[in-house]
Design a binder for this molecule. Structure first.
Ligand code: ZN
Length: 340
């Protein structure tokens, strides 16, 4: 089928599970009730995705408080008790971050529960997302490795360990989120791709990377305002991504200032084309979605185009996200007829 639909990853959490419309929501449940709540929310969103007609469903990241820290919580060698303030994304904003204090090791499985639930209940393909090594090391301080590349490779090995286990559970697509890729363009070429390759070593399932200009939070909106009328950062990294062994690239195209012709630099890759703006509560019409697909088709081969959201929908209102899922699927349906 042409234009299979999927999501960048996250979906809003229900109000009974956690605070809503926040990037760092506090859980409303504890202990076994929290675990049960996470399971229920995962199943609920699987049902919503399948009813909407999404072809490759995700767990909606219902089990994690935050897309990076949801992974770090399972890693030994990190001190969460004594956080330090650090400028992240090249000092775009300050955050209190945990500190690496010893050799890194996984404490056990990270996403086993979500993957098992999805596999047992999904009718179609499933995807699990994890933060990429460059984004992880940009979100914590280091007092042990003393070298950012060494630190990134140590995380890549842990991500690979979890990715192999997810593949064994029957996960169809494993995606790494690398919003840091448009901040440290030189690093992408010198070691970022190599770190991703370490993440996917031994995998035969589909592999993906999501790059983006971030959620619609104020620090990001202020930063985007400085980037000018055309965002050409990707021009520096697309050739390296095109030459990589990653199968799929996810990027934003709806209401974005990324020139669409840059996607031509990713020739040969499957492109998850963002046709849903996650920084706006205005729900796209199916026609608008189909139009964005049409414009992308000038630069992406028909059999390589996957309509997707621009980014995660975690901080969005639940009803808005539901409406946007439907618009995404309807738009793809129109595009299949229009561009058959
Ligand atoms: Zn994103």
């Amino acid at each position: 089928m042409l234009f299979p639909t999927t999501l960048a990853g996250s979906l809003p959490k229900p109000g009974w599970l956690s605070e809503t419309q926040k990037l760092w929501p506090q859980w409303r449940l504890q202990g076994p009730a929290l675990e049960e709540g996470k399971d229920d929310a995962t199943l609920l969103w699987l049902k919503e995705q399948e009813d909407a007609g999404i072809d490759i469903a995700t767990d909606g990241e219902q089990s994690r408080q935050h897309f990076v820290h949801g992974f770090l919580e399972f890693v030994e060698g990190i001190d969460f008790e004594h956080k330090v303030e650090m400028g992240i994304r090249n000092d775009r904003y300050k955050a209190m971050v945990p500190v690496v204090v010893g050799p890194l090791k996984l404490r056990g499985r990270v996403h086993e529960r979500e993957a098992a639930l999805l596999r047992a209940h999904a009718r179609g393909k499933i995807k699990i997302t994890m933060p990429g090594p460059m984004t992880i090391i940009d979100t914590l301080a280091d007092r042990h490795y003393g070298d950012k590349v060494k630190l990134a490779m140590a995380f890549a090995d842990l991500l690979n360990q979890e990715a192999r286990a997810l593949q064994a559970q029957g996960v169809d697509v494993i995606q790494f989120d690398e919003p840091a890729f448009n901040v440290y363009m030189d690093d992408v070429r010198t070691w970022g791709i190599e770190a991703l390759h370490r993440c996917i070593e031994g995998l035969t399932c589909k592999t993906a990377v999501h790059i983006c200009y971030g959620y619609g939070i104020k620090a990001n909106l202020d930063w985007k305002a400085t980037l000018g009328s055309e965002w050409r950062q990707y021009e520096a990294i697309f050739p390296a991504l095109a030459a990589s062994r990653i199968d799929q690239i996810s990027l934003e195209c709806a209401n974005a200032k990324v020139p669409m012709d840059l996607m031509a630099l990713l020739k040969g890759k499957e492109i998850m084309v963002g046709v849903i703006d996650v920084a706006s509560d205005v729900v796209e019409t199916p026609e608008q979605v189909a139009d964005t697909i049409g414009r992308a088709l000038q630069f992406v081969a028909r059999d390589k185009l996957m309509p997707c959201t621009n980014c995660g929908m975690a901080p969005m209102a639940r009803e808005t996200a539901q409406a946007k899922l439907k618009a995404l699927v309807e738009g793809a349906r129109i595009a299949r007829q229009r561009y058959a």
